[in-house]
Write a protein that binds this ligand. Structure first.
Ligand SMILES: O=C(O)CCC(=O)C(=O)O
Ligand SMILES: [Fe+2]
Length: 345
């Protein structure tokens, strides 16, 4: 990325819903400094990082708040080892509850001018340093989370997140393409990348910032964004990315389930909670559930095979990882290509 510009801060418009709606329509994102009291994020960080230390991903004996990664353990979504650790973090009640904090809910309601609710599926990202080829690639959230273009993503670091720790970057106004764009295979989280330069109507100027605890970035489902690489020597990046939907709007079936890399069901999660109010809270709402559109992933699965055959290293790695981690779920062709290439798995 050649140059990063600063995100525009919208705290000045926080009490002016019409201005928020205008900026969201016009710029395709809203960014707030200290939307939530930092202490709330620090408390959540202590709980989540302590669990991350317990699963062995942080240096033993160090203060968990510092998030110092054990560099022998570098995992990402798609690795079984990632799933094992993520599952423990995913059971934390306060992590799920944070998406329901009134600070987030109120501001989303103001920016869309309607009643909203968080998707049942909550997402945390635990990003290892020196693992930059797995960074979340450029994409539109619609290809993953689907349901409705009206969904709003909230990305928030759990702690401070300076540029080098790998926060989120967006292309302002990219939502104006007004459609889900073609995405291609990529190695990073989510596995799908969009090439913004293929679309003349997009001005590919990336914006980000040195995030601080309590800051929050919001954007609709079509805004192109990516994570920046975690270039730190040894620090884990910990962040929330949750999605809000209009009450009564469509929701894709998979968003009613826990985030897939956790490999958990709600029945695995709920026994670890102290309160009942958020268990199956969405069942009180009458949101039409729509089938998941598998075409985005299917297209990338064809592409990755072609790329691997042509010797693309990232594609070969992706196939190898699939064959190793979920041998029962991958197509026979994956094994055929790996065998053809003489690659072990
Ligand atoms: O945090 C990341 O690495 C990815 C976040 C993202 O794509 C999102 O918030 O939608
Ligand atoms: Fe995203």
């Amino acid at each position: 990325m050649s140059e990063l510009k600063e995100l525009r801060v919208s705290n000045d418009a926080m009490t002016d819903p019409q201005e928020l709606q205008r900026r969201l329509d016009d710029e395709g994102y809203l960014f707030f400094k200290r939307l939530v009291a930092p202490e709330k994020l620090w408390e959540l960080r202590r709980e989540m990082m302590s669990m991350i230390q317990q699963v062995g991903w942080l240096v033993a004996g160090a203060d968990p708040m510092d998030g110092i990664a054990d560099l022998n353990m570098r995992y990402t979504e798609g690795d079984n080892e990632y799933s094992a650790g993520y599952a423990e973090v995913y059971k934390i009640e306060n992590f799920h509850r944070s998406a329901h904090w009134t600070e987030y809910m109120d501001i989303v309601e103001k920016m869309v001018g309607q009643t909203v609710m968080p998707h049942p599926q909550k997402v945390a990202r635990i990003w290892f340093p020196k693992y930059t080829e797995h960074t979340t690639p450029k994409h539109q959230d619609f290809v993953h989370f689907q349901g409705s273009f009206e969904n709003i993503t909230c990305w928030a670091p759990i702690g401070d997140c300076p540029i080098e720790l790998g926060g989120l970057a967006v292309i302002p106004e990219s939502h104006k393409v007004n459609r889900a764009l073609d995405h291609h295979f990529a190695l990073g989280a989510g596995g799908l990348i969009v090439h913004e330069k293929e679309h003349e109507e997009i001005n590919p100027v990336w914006h980000s910032t040195d995030y601080e605890a309590g800051d929050a970035l919001f954007f609709p489902a079509l805004t192109i964004h990516q994570a920046l690489p975690n270039y730190t020597e040894d620090k884990l990046r910990l962040s929330l990315d949750n999605r809000y939907m209009l009450v009564g709007d469509k929701v894709a079936e998979h968003m009613l389930q826990p985030h897939e890399p956790s490999l958990l069901t709600w029945e695995d999660i709920y026994p670890h909670w102290r309160h009942d109010d958020l268990k199956y809270y969405w069942k009180e709402y009458d949101n039409p559930v729509v089938e998941r559109d598998l075409s985005f992933g299917d297209k990338a699965r064809v592409e990755v095979l072609e790329l691997a055959r042509a010797g693309n290293e990232q594609a070969v790695y992706a196939l190898q990882r699939g064959a190793r981690n979920s041998p029962d779920a991958v197509e026979p062709e994956v094994f055929a290509v790996l065998d053809e290439l003489g690659v072990e798995y």
